[in-house]
Design a protein around this ligand. Structure first.
Ligand code: AQP
Length: 332
């Protein structure tokens, strides 16, 4: 049976990349009748330094972000990773299945550990094994993510296959990544070759879900572009990463294809297109940020939602962990 899992790190403010690459797509898929689990991955967040108070606030705010984006805790299971201990327990088994060489090839590891890998946390290195556990502890079959997670999902498939092979079982499914839509890779507003990211030191590089209308308009006005007008055909975006990014964002926000957007705005200068884009972003994001603020007024209610979600999740994860331990040969 199909089952969807995806996660987001509570490691800072949610941005437009998280919204278009993840949250909006989760909400759009919700009514298709497939059981879905969405996770605040706090254990992943601590692979980089986090202040304890900030981590708590970000976790609750992320939960508010999921709900405000349209994920209904009555229809989907919303959880915080550390409240479902089977994630970390399965991750240990996968640490013993995955190979050092596989981890060392991950581009996220290389980017985040930087020049001083010796000083990076062991958790950052093992990040993809925990991610594989997040997915496979539910026997999830489909994982909607942005383009940046593609490599980690391939590793998840490798871990499942190696476990099945090593123990001679057909236990973990080979998961399908779901990477679709116009905006699966939203780029920085300051540099069309870098992805929009929570950890970019420049706030002007991203639109945060909590930015107000003035800030959104200003960030788009200042977004890097080239001097040419917008093309009418997709080919005209070749070698124009900043132009492509803004058109992709417009298409993603407005549920249109890039072709449709260019039919409407082809020939326009950025001076005319940017205000249109800002108005569209404000129209789509303002209700979300208002709802997030309202939900954040009652953190106890958020905690109740997460506790309820953890209870539902453990009905799935406890038997899968038990069976895994049995396969591995643990007495219990
Ligand atoms: N720029 C992006 N475009 C499209 N999708 C994106 N995602 C992240 N950035 C973009 C998707 O959002 C989901 C959750 O991401 P995450 O917070 O778990 O991963 P991340 O890559 O760590 O996010 P950031 O914002 O880039 O944080 P830092 O700066 O800490 O690395 C995933 O589905 C991801 O694909």
């Amino acid at each position: 049976t199909p089952r969807v899992f995806s996660g987001i790190q509570p490691s800072g403010d949610l941005h437009l990349g998280n919204y278009l690459g993840a949250l909006k797509r989760f909400a759009d898929a919700q009514d298709k009748g497939v059981q879905s689990i969405y996770c605040m991955v706090d254990l992943h967040a601590i692979t980089m330094p986090q202040k304890p108070e900030d981590l708590k606030r970000s976790t609750r705010e992320l939960c508010a972000g999921f709900i405000a984006s349209g994920i209904d805790p009555q229809k989907s299971i919303l959880i915080n990773q550390s409240q479902v201990p089977e994630h970390a327990q399965l991750a240990w088994v996968f640490n013993c299945v995955a190979r050092m060489g596989w981890m060392g090839r991950m581009t996220q590891w290389k980017d985040k550990s930087g020049k001083n890998a010796e000083a990076a946390s062991l958790g950052l290195f093992a990040y993809p094994a925990l991610m594989a556990a997040d997915i496979l502890i539910y026997h999830a079959t489909h994982v909607p993510v942005g383009e940046d997670q593609k490599q980690h999902l391939e590793l998840t498939r490798d871990i499942a296959a190696k476990f099945n092979h090593d123990y001679g079982v057909d236990f973990f499914p080979i998961t399908e990544p779901v990477i679709e839509g116009a905006a699966t890779r939203v780029m920085s507003l300051r540099d069309g070759s870098k992805k929009m990211s929570k950890s970019d030191p420049s706030d002007a590089s991203r639109i945060n879900l909590t930015d107000n209308a003035d800030i959104i308009a200003k960030k788009f006005r200042k977004a890097k572009t080239d001097p040419d007008a917008l093309p009418s055909e997709v080919e005209g975006l070749n070698n124009r990463p900043e132009a492509r990014n803004l058109v992709n964002i417009y298409a993603g926000l407005n549920d249109q294809s890039v072709e449709e957007v260019l039919r409407e705005v082809g020939g326009q200068q950025f001076g005319a297109f940017k205000p249109l884009l800002a108005d569209l972003a404000v129209a789509k994001l303002a209700p979300i940020s208002t709802e997030m603020a309202r939900l954040m007024d009652d953190p106890a209610e958020i905690d109740r939602i997460l506790a309820h979600g953890a209870g539902q999740a453990r009905e799935i994860t406890a038997p899968i962990l038990k069976k895994t331990y049995e396969i591995v040969g643990m007495v219990g």
